[in-house]
Design a protein. Structure first.
Length: 619
């Protein structure tokens, strides 16, 4: 008689192991001791039992895995877990442009009949055959800016209007009285910032402030009479609106009409509209009011900030961090996490308390925001972050304040020797490999707070980038860009700080790009002793000083100060630029400084290739 195996091993969930364990278990029983388990009939039954066990084990494993955020794979599972953390993923973000709107009429009529541009007016722009619609969020009041000889207003202006990309849509529901009822928005690509909900007695009732209910992300300060609604991500990715139960939030009455207004966004595809806006070729046109031909839309800031909806990887990373802050902004990390989540245009954020400022400014928190395209954040965006993100969650007594990022641009010139005998690539291809390696260095090492430039690392990466490279020599130039758009034709003081001490040369160390001063193409340079002057080139090719002693240079700190410079225009550019060489090929930054290699300009990286007969260094 065989010894009985009274227990079935469960240490393995592999199909073959399960089948073997079942077979061993049955063979050990007296009842089945004479059976042939290799026979076709019993073998099929063992297969069925093993498959059933294996499938069940796999299913249970998947169910358990989808219950934890670290192991969950399905989006619906991940966002269901994040819902317990009160985390709402970001939707698409509509791009924003800043414009001035002019209305001209010699007859003296008011723009838009009453001198006020109502909210949600449409501004359209067409790029590469695609039309994008923008709108103003708030009503804008025009102001007179030109008069005729009779004192009649002939031109009106509305300044610094923020317009947002997207198309308004709305949908109506009838409330059935159930506490579990949720109203799904029938669009994937909404910008949830512009979501509005109205609760009305009938469909004919208009949408007004009195019947608009406000969105709430928490239950603080909410009672049974609070006219609020809650938003969550539903199954399948679309967002849902839910109301209270007369305990936490007011519950609509049975039969009430729920109107949901939402904006369908194009995300990042609507960025950079207005970059080529000129007097004869305006990017935007306005629709809606009469006499549209009398309106002119002048772009002050091209569209920016459009972003795609938040991906699962970002949500899994930032959801728990958001929960740690408990919907409050207290620590520097709280501010950083919330701002990055709510404002995807930003690449990185630096936050520090006023006690760490120089000099200390107690009771303040300072925010430095670095955009993905290294373009300074607009004032409207800063105000939006403070009003819509920070003020709702930070400590009441703490005053948030933005500090501008101090960008220093780096221009690299590399002289590369390579031996053609050690590669199948052409010289042009090797040159492209070197440029790609520098771009990789930029993407990984630079354009972040605290990221320093190391020339030795760049040279090493270049030499190692291609087997035929013998050696590389690096020349480095720092560049500062000053926006003079609002000061053209006006004597203005300018101050800028290079990220590193300036290499002092007897023939001069700091110089500018070409600009028009006193009707001549002119330049700024120093005299080698820390004093700046303006000069132009005469017909003989000599430098002629137009104005001396217009500023100073501190070579040790990198500080450049220019006094009362009157720039009439910039030649072949839109920015006033200053250049200087650092003392070494290592440039180190402090606090709000960021180093940028701007690949969009031809001068940012120049690679000069030369042939050599020397052998490359063995890697």
């Amino acid at each position: 008689m065989s010894s009985k195996n009274t227990s079935l091993p469960i240490d393995s969930l592999d199909f073959d192991d399960i089948k073997t364990n079942l077979k061993s278990y049955l063979e050990s029983q007296d009842t089945f001791s004479e059976y042939n388990f290799e026979g076709s009939g019993l073998n099929i039954l063992l297969d069925v039992l093993s498959y059933n066990t294996h499938y069940q084990a796999f299913y249970n494993n998947m169910v358990i895995s989808e219950s934890f955020i670290d192991s969950a794979v399905k989006e619906d599972s991940i966002y269901s877990i994040l819902k317990l953390l009160n985390y709402i993923p970001e939707t698409r973000i509509s791009s924003e442009a800043v414009v001035d709107l002019f209305y001209r009429d010699t007859g003296g009529s008011l723009p838009d009949s009453n001198g006020i541009l109502s909210e949600q007016r449409s501004f359209s722009a067409t790029v590469d055959g695609t039309t994008y619609v923008f709108f103003n969020k708030d009503a804008i009041e025009f102001e007179p800016c030109k008069y005729n000889d009779s004192g009649l207003v002939t031109e009106w202006k509305a300044s610094d209007i923020s317009i947002f990309e997207g198309e308004y849509n709305d949908i109506d529901f009838v409330f059935d009285g159930l506490d579990t009822t949720r109203f799904r928005i029938p669009e994937d690509n909404i910008d949830i910032r512009f979501l509005r909900v109205y609760v009305k007695d009938s469909e004919t009732q208009s949408n007004t402030i009195s019947n608009e209910w406000k969105r709430s992300d928490s239950i603080l300060n909410i009672d049974g009479d609070s006219k609020v609604f809650f938003v969550q991500r539903g199954i399948g990715g679309r967002f849902e609106v839910e109301f209270g139960d007369d305990v936490i939030g007011k519950k609509p009455t049975v039969g009430d009409v729920i109107t949901i207004e939402y904006v369908k966004s194009s995300g990042n595809s609507s960025n950079n509209i207005g970059v080529s806006d000129t007097a004869g070729n305006r990017s935007f046109s306005i629709s809606g009011p009469t006499n549209t031909e009398k309106y002119e839309v002048v772009v002050k800031t091209k569209s920016f900030g459009g972003a795609e909806k938040e991906n699962v990887t970002f949500s899994k990373k930032h959801g728990p961090r958001n929960f740690q802050s408990q919907n409050r902004l207290v620590t520097a990390e709280d501010y950083k996490t919330e701002i990055l989540k709510r404002f995807p245009l930003l690449k990185s954020v630096l936050v520090y308390g006023g006690e760490d400022a120089d000099p200390p400014q107690y009771g303040k928190v300072f925010i430095v925001a670095n955009t993905k395209n290294s373009i300074p954040l607009s004032n409207s965006s800063k105000n939006s972050i403070i009003k819509d993100i920070i003020k709702k969650k930070n400590v009441v007594s703490i005053i948030p304040e933005f500090v501008d990022v101090d960008y220093t641009y780096l221009n690299l010139v590399l002289d590369v020797l390579h031996n053609q005998s050690f590669t199948t690539r052409s010289t042009a291809d090797v040159q492209q490999v070197v440029k790609s390696k520098i771009q990789e260095y930029t993407d990984i090492q630079l354009e972040e707070f605290g990221a320093n430039f190391r020339g030795s690392t760049v040279i090493r990466d270049v030499v190692e980038s291609e087997g035929s490279v013998v050696s590389a020599f690096l020349s480095l130039l720092m560049e500062k860009r000053i926006d003079v758009k609002n000061s053209v034709g006006v004597p203005t003081d300018y101050t800028t700080l290079f990220a590193d001490p300036i290499l002092k040369k007897s023939e001069g160390s700091v110089y500018s790009n070409k600009f028009v001063y006193d009707t001549r193409d002119s330049y700024v340079e120093d005299d080698g002793n820390g004093v700046l002057r303006i000069y132009h080139i005469d017909k003989a090719g000599n430098k002629v000083t137009s104005k001396s002693n217009i500023g100073t240079v501190n070579y040790d700190t990198g500080l450049v100060t220019i006094r009362q410079l009157n720039i009439t225009s910039i030649v072949n550019d839109v920015q006033f630029k200053l250049y200087a060489c650092p003392r070494t090929n290592d440039v180190e930054v402090e606090r709000n400084q960021i180093l940028v290699i701007d690949e969009t300009t031809a001068d940012s990286v120049k690679v000069n290739m030369s042939l050599s007969s020397d052998d490359p260094i063995t890697q």
